[in-house]
Design a protein around this ligand. Structure first.
Ligand SMILES: [Zn+2]
Length: 268
């Protein structure tokens, strides 16, 4: 009996010893794990801080994670602001202007109107042309309300039909020069057609002057010859669009038409 009790005591001592060792190991492993996890979190925070500082200082490093994502984020906010600017409103064959959009209008003369926010730039541009002796220039067509646009299309189709074209040809030819209602920049009040709205304008001093100087007043040649595939409008030397001087200069410097510039902003 005494021997048995001693044996039992020894056994339970052994069990307690093993139990303590196991518990110690588990605790040690837990401490190590917690340390490792905390350290990983810290190093991520440090990476984020480095990335942020580099971005603030304009340093880009492809080895730093998340840099490109953050950089994109910063630029896209800027671009988003530009993309919502009224001066860059894109109206073309595939972008209809909102039907309820009525631009603020001011009168150039009794018959013609232009967006009130851009009219001073247009008038100043024409006055400055006059000041350097270019007098043979006038704004033939500016703002058109969408209803008037419908009439123009009907007139143009009629003219082509009278020239012996088929209805399909007449419609196609018309679509190349007159935008559908709500798809023409003239409905925006930001476009101006100069003189007789024909190719003779290209030979005018006014045209040469505009190519050099219009960007300073915020105007761009909207349908250049080398962008017909993109604008889907044939080259129009007479049609100038107001976008504001900053955008006009940037578009000219980059060699981009409005459609391309919008894409450029979306991708940057
Ligand atoms: Zn036009």
């Amino acid at each position: 009996m005494v021997e048995n009790k001693e044996l039992q005591q020894k056994r339970s001592n052994k069990i307690i010893f093993v139990y303590r060792i196991v518990v110690s190991i588990i605790m040690l492993v837990s401490i190590i794990l917690v340390y490792i996890l905390n350290h990983l979190g810290e190093s991520k925070e440090v990476d984020a801080m480095i990335t942020q500082n580099n971005l603030l200082n304009g340093i880009s490093d492809s080895n730093i994670m998340d840099n490109s994502i953050s950089a994109e984020h910063i630029t896209s906010e800027e671009s988003l602001k530009k993309l919502s600017d009224w001066r860059l409103m894109l109206v073309n064959y595939e972008n209809e202007m909102p039907k309820d959009y009525i631009p603020p209008l001011s009168n150039i003369d009794e018959a013609r109107q232009f967006d009130s926010r851009a009219i001073d730039s247009l008038i100043q541009m024409m006055l400055d042309m006059n000041a350097v002796g270019i007098n043979h220039v006038w704004a033939q067509s500016t703002y058109r309300n969408p209803e008037k646009q419908k009439h123009l299309i009907e007139e143009s189709i009629q003219e082509y039909l009278e020239q012996g074209k088929t209805m399909e040809e007449a419609e196609t030819l018309t679509a190349r020069s007159i935008g559908e209602p709500y798809k023409s920049e003239h409905n925006l009040g930001l476009a101006v057609d100069f003189n007789d709205v024909d190719y003779a304008f290209e030979k005018e001093k006014a045209f040469t002057w505009l190519v050099e100087n219009a960007e300073n007043y915020g105007f761009i040649l909207r349908y250049p010859a080398d962008k017909e595939d993109i604008t889907k409008i044939k080259y129009e030397p007479w049609h100038w669009r107001y976008v504001g001087p900053e955008y006009a200069k940037e578009m000219n410097d980059l060699g981009l038409c409005l459609e391309e510039y919008i894409e450029y902003l979306k991708n940057n």
